[in-house]
Ligand binder design. Structure first.
Ligand code: 4AD
Ligand code: MG
Length: 476
């Protein structure tokens, strides 16, 4: 069967015979002698314009009965070129009662009428919201971005791997695990009586695989028992993780991250007309409609993408970042949390650095050992920092976290011991390769929803994943 997108792809090709196509009514407008029916099928940002001349009273009656949201099967439609750039073609239907078949009804109060809708309202319609132009476009963007990563990694000699979701480790050591089973209850719902969790990050398994494959990546669901009910946190999210062997400096890693992300955004720029929606709902989180026109909204996103690709991103060490934050805190405006060396950066700090201070994505490197995970490689400097980075972007804060991994067996064991880890040898499998052909290696994890949401400019990652899971809200 044809899709709406396939029709748009054929715009510059030869004439068609009668066309059949299915979709949902996006809008319908009846004039005196003619009706305009906009059909969408979710494959394109562009709706399909169908023109129906109203010849008899029966035609008028038939069209009056059609409603926004109904599912139609159209046949015998004839292609017509137009001189309109926005709408380069339309389909014409002569005999509506015969050519238009209603295959799915709608209720009286179908909520997606043609009117202004806010994002909070659309989020309350989980089964329907992706029929809007604005929200369906973000899922298509996500799908596009995923395919571009695939191409990029393939071209750069990475193997895509599928590490496990069920695991016994807490990779990040933050205690945000969802437990699947304990070692006590041996019943049908537990995992064979073994302490088991949903993975928070596949990194430890990726490290092992990279010590065989050199370069590997995955895009995997990750789970965190985050209590934070914020626009940046999900309890089930997708992380793109990369692990590379024979990496010796954080700079090699951040350069790779920058090149990779720029390549993906560059592909978005090349395909922007297909990726950006024709309609924007309010980008604000309240009930006010956006003051920008559709064209202005689009231009804003296009400009953001261009800037991200063309400008050099910033890099700064954590210690310098703290100095900048402290100065701002003391001289300009108090943060809610006072910036303090040794503490993790708060979201407000991250947004300030990337958004207000640098106005650019910024890599913050070399955090104190105590505020990062156990596996990070210790710097040889006396300041007790580790070779790591977070990539911060304006309006969102952290979207990527990565590091070199401690590849010295003794140092790694010592660090784990200090943190009370591996008491019964449960992570021996992980440390073992430091003694069996170990190699300097490193990698990173990119929060997929955060990335897509940032690119799209909406900044609430709940829109970038169908059926979001958070501590607030019900589960379907
Ligand atoms: O910074 P994180 O915790 O790093 C890791 O898990 C490393 N093991 C990754 C690695 O080196 N292979 O998480 C990485 C990214 C964050 O920067 C953030 O974008 C995203 O994952 N993330 C979340 N996204 C949505 N909801 C949450 N609750 C998230 N927690 C982390
Ligand atoms: Mg992090």
């Amino acid at each position: 069967p044809l899709t709406v997108k396939s029709l748009y792809e054929q715009v510059h090709h030869a004439r068609h015979g009668p066309i059949s196509i299915d979709g949902w009514i996006k809008s319908i407008r009846l004039l005196k002698r003619i009706a305009f029916l906009d059909l969408q099928d979710g494959t394109s940002v562009n709706p399909l314009r169908i023109v129906v001349p109203l010849i008899s009273n029966d035609d008028v009656q038939f069209l009056k009965n059609l409603k926004t949201g109904q599912t139609l099967s159209i046949s015998n439609a004839i292609w017509q070129d137009t001189n309109n750039r926005e709408q380069p073609f339309e389909l014409q239907i002569k005999n509506p009662a015969e050519s238009i078949k209603l295959i799915g009804p709608v209720s009286e109060n179908y909520p997606l009428q043609k009117k202004f809708q806010t994002l909070p309202y659309l989020r309350s319609l989980p089964t329907l919201k992706y029929r809007t132009s604005y929200l369906s476009a973000i899922l298509r963007l996500r799908s596009f971005v995923e395919s571009q990563f695939m191409l990029y990694f393939q071209a750069n000699h990475f193997t895509k791997v599928s590490p496990p979701i069920l695991t016994s480790n807490d990779c990040e050591g933050a205690g945000e695990l969802f437990q699947v089973s304990t070692n006590q209850a041996l019943n049908s719902s537990s995992y064979f009586g073994k302490p088991t969790y949903l993975t928070v990050s596949t990194q430890l398994h990726l490290e092992i695989l990279s010590l065989s494959l050199s370069r590997c990546w995955t895009l995997s669901p990750c789970f965190r028992a985050e209590k934070s009910d914020t626009p940046r946190h999900l309890s089930e999210f997708w992380m793109l993780e990369v692990e590379m062997c024979f990496i010796n400096s954080i700079h090699e890693l951040t350069s790779f991250v920058e090149a990779t992300i720029k390549q993906i955004i560059s592909a978005c720029v090349d395909n922007q007309s297909e990726l950006l929606p024709k309609q924007f709902v309010s980008l604000q989180e309240d009930d006010t409609s956006s003051t920008l026109s559709v064209d202005q909204e689009k231009q804003q996103i296009e400009r953001r993408w261009q800037n991200l690709v063309n400008k050099k991103w910033q890099t700064i060490a954590y210690t310098q970042a703290i100095d900048i934050l402290k100065k701002h805190h003391n001289e300009v405006r108090h943060f809610k949390y006072e910036p303090t060396w040794g503490q993790p950066l708060q979201t407000e700090h991250e947004k300030f650095l990337a958004g207000e201070y640098f106005k650019s994505p910024v890599f913050v490197t070399d955090y104190p050992r105590a505020c990062k995970a156990f596996y990070m490689k210790q710097n040889s400097t006396p300041d007790d920092t580790v070779a790591c980075f977070d990539l911060l972007v304006p309006e969102m804060g952290e979207i990527v976290g990565g590091s070199l991994r401690e590849d010295n067996y003794d140092k790694l064991c010592k660090e784990m011991k200090e943190r009370g880890m591996n008491k019964s040898g449960e992570l021996d499998w992980y440390v073992s390769l430091r003694k069996e052909g170990g190699a300097p290696h490193g990698g990173f994890g990119l929060g997929f929803e955060r990335f897509v949401s940032y690119l799209y400019g909406n900044h609430n990652i709940r829109d970038a994943i169908p059926f979001h899971r958070t501590s607030a809200g019900t589960i379907d």
